[in-house]
Design a protein around this ligand. Structure first.
Ligand code: GLU
Length: 611
């Protein structure tokens, strides 16, 4: 989940590395470091706890000059966030930055200590540096040869870049389980864990594939497989502008991304949603024949993506009449699975690199699934590349750690898929057309709900002194309650839980008192009557009710302990997407008044590439 950037160039690369780290900071931010070597082999390593800006301050005091180097923002997995645990890690002349986990680090550490190696950090990464050093001492050879010989000894996941300060012209990059991309320039080349870091520098990229090892110099890039055989990888031109990382008129990326949802959904619909049908010809000419065979959907996902999968389960079953199961990827992969007949596995992930979802996808290939479909926001991601089929959510880059626009666009894609599968499974034409109409209206509906911004901002003040909150909903709005609770937890650090409203009396009612906010998602649907009983259950016990609704539910605003957040009209089928927006705004404003770091909440990172 950390960020890596490395460069080999003609000019001083200090600024390039620091700017790259700033662009990667959203991925992990507990500490940062860099190592730079000048033409004569003089190395400087600087590391510090906390944000990249601390590292920048440190570099300002030194006159750093160098043409080759590597840098890292860490998201600690082994060893506390501290300066000594920050990367790069070194073993005399070997420098390593690493993203991921070395599973057999303890065993390797013992072995290395027995050879006389001394460890200065608690990280798993340091074993890589010493292991490479040992191999170099024992067997000699170029950095690439040493890396090739060492990799079979390391178990786990590692995107890493290695440098030997005695030969300051070569970087070696290894991708096993964690993504790396090479940015190809003229007389200079770069490597990063995320294309975003390189956007201002180059527009040609090579995405390393699983097991690739690249040897990179100023003028040459050679890529090998794990056996040392040369492999060819495509050079991809990108037209993504590097301005995408600007916050524009907004104060935070999360706020910007909440407001981008109408356009993100429009983009996701373009070319796929005509007035009468869903066009998924991007999935191939025979896609209709394939989808017709699908009799069960198995969704695997984590976090927010899991919540969107949960919403879609209601849709797949009630609209397309196809049974659907949704499972957290980290559970799915370690369970004895009984695969249903003609089951399609759907891997849902924003980044397409989520370690557990990727592992679940890989596992599914050994099982009897009819095929796999990725729904992701990043085209060149591992999950997209390794799935049989993929549908991209066209949200654009999402930088706020708390997902917003990728949730609503995932749901948009899933709902289109529901119509597509439904149409092959006997769904009435009229129903198909009504859902299509509703999806097409969605960007407009969201624009309307965004006008409630000020109202929600005012309500957020009530949460300033709260430590707990409950979110309740029914049917396809129960997962929306889950998503609302997740957002509040993530960025405001208020303990929040979601319950299917009918479950209140089976335990959570015991928590209700006049300090407990209960957020109710109460759209106008056939479950509203039942939901009102649950509202009553909370009201009679003195709970603080915040009811998000778009019709008259028979209570008045500020009556009893009750605040009603009156929302505009929305079609029933798309209501779950619509109701997510005010909940995102609520978390945003609560986090704002609590002075939280909204875009980079503590202990979290954007793309979870470790298990
Ligand atoms: N496992 C390594 C560490 O704890 C790398 C973590 C990361 O991906 O940032 O230092």
């Amino acid at each position: 989940m950390c960020g890596i950037i490395a460069a080999v160039a003609k000019c001083n690369i200090t600024k390039i590395l620091l700017q790259g780290l700033l662009r990667l900071e959203y991925r992990g931010y507990d500490s940062a470091g860099l190592a730079i070597v000048d033409k004569h082999g003089n190395v400087k390593r600087l590391r510090c706890l906390g944000k990249v800006k601390n590292l920048i301050k440190k570099t300002e005091k030194e006159n750093l000059m160098g043409v080759i180097g590597l840098a890292h923002t860490r998201w600690a997995t082994h060893g506390i966030p501290s300066e000594i645990n920050a990367h790069p890690h070194i073993s005399e002349y070997i420098f390593v930055v690493h993203n991921g986990i070395i599973e057999n680090h303890e065993q390797l550490r013992k072995k290395l200590i027995s050879y006389g190696y001394y460890f200065t950090s608690e990280t798993d990464t340091e074993v890589i540096a010493h292991l490479l050093h040992l191999k170099q001492k024992q067997q000699g050879g170029s950095l690439l040869e040493v890396v090739l010989k060492t990799i079979p000894q390391i178990r786990g996941s590692f995107g890493m870049v290695i440098m030997d300060s005695r030969n300051p012209s070569i970087l070696v990059a290894v991708r096993v389980g964690n993504p790396l991309v090479i940015g190809c320039g003229t007389g200079e080349n770069f490597v990063a864990s995320d294309q975003l870091a390189l956007l201002p520098l180059v527009n040609s990229f090579i995405h390393l594939e699983e097991g690739d090892i690249a040897e990179i110099s100023q003028n040459k890039i050679s890529i090998f497989n794990i056996r040392g055989k040369i492999v060819n990888r495509d050079l991809i031109k990108s037209n993504i502008s590097h301005d995408i990382t600007s916050k524009g008129i907004y104060n935070h990326y999360m706020q910007k991304e909440i407001y981008e949802q109408p356009i993100a959904i429009k983009n996701t619909l373009i070319g796929r949603c005509t007035n009468k049908e869903i066009d998924f010809s991007e999935l191939g000419v025979n896609i209709g024949i394939f989808l017709k065979k699908v009799k069960h959907i198995q969704i695997v996902a984590c976090g927010t993506s899991y919540n969107s999968g949960m919403v879609s389960r209601y849709w797949f079953e009630s609209l397309a009449k196809i049974p659907c199961d949704v499972e957290i990827a980290s559970e799915f992969r370690y369970r004895t699975l009984q695969v249903r007949k003609n089951s399609l596995l759907i891997a849902l992930s924003q980044s397409g690199e989520t370690a557990d979802t990727l592992a679940a996808l890989r596992l599914s290939k050994r099982l009897n699934y009819i095929g796999s479909l990725a729904i992701c926001n990043v085209l060149c991601s591992s999950i997209v590349r390794e799935s049989d089929l993929y549908l991209i959510t066209k949200s654009g880059v999402e930088i706020g750690v708390a997902s917003t626009k990728t949730f609503s666009t995932q749901l948009t894609v899933l709902l289109m898929l529901v119509i597509k599968l439904g149409s092959l499974n006997g769904m009435q034409l009229e129903l198909q057309h009504n859902i299509i109409k509703a999806i097409k209206m969605l960007p407009h509906r969201i624009e309307q709900v965004l006008t409630k911004d000020k109202l929600i901002k005012a309500i957020a003040k009530d949460f300033f002194d709260k430590n707990h909150a409950l979110f309740i909903g029914r049917g396809d709005h129960y997962p929306i309650a889950m998503e609302g609770a997740l957002k509040l937890k993530e960025i405001s650090y208020i303990h929040a839980e979601a319950y299917a409203a009918g479950e209140l009396k089976h335990g959570p009612l015991a928590l209700i008192d006049n300090k407990m906010p209960v957020i109710v998602i109460a759209p106008n649907n056939k479950l509203l009557k039942k939901l009102k009983y649950n509202i009553e259950e909370v009201r009679t016990r003195g709970g603080l009710l915040y009811i998000f609704t778009n019709q008259d539910i028979g209570f008045k605003n500020n009556e009893y302990n009750m605040k009603i957040i009156q929302l505009p009209y929305v079609e029933s089928v798309t209501a779950p997407i619509f109701y997510t927006i005010p909940l995102q705004l609520l978390s945003y404003y609560v986090a704002l008044i609590k002075c939280r770091n909204i875009d980079q909440p503590r202990n979290l990172a954007k793309s979870v590439t470790v298990e």
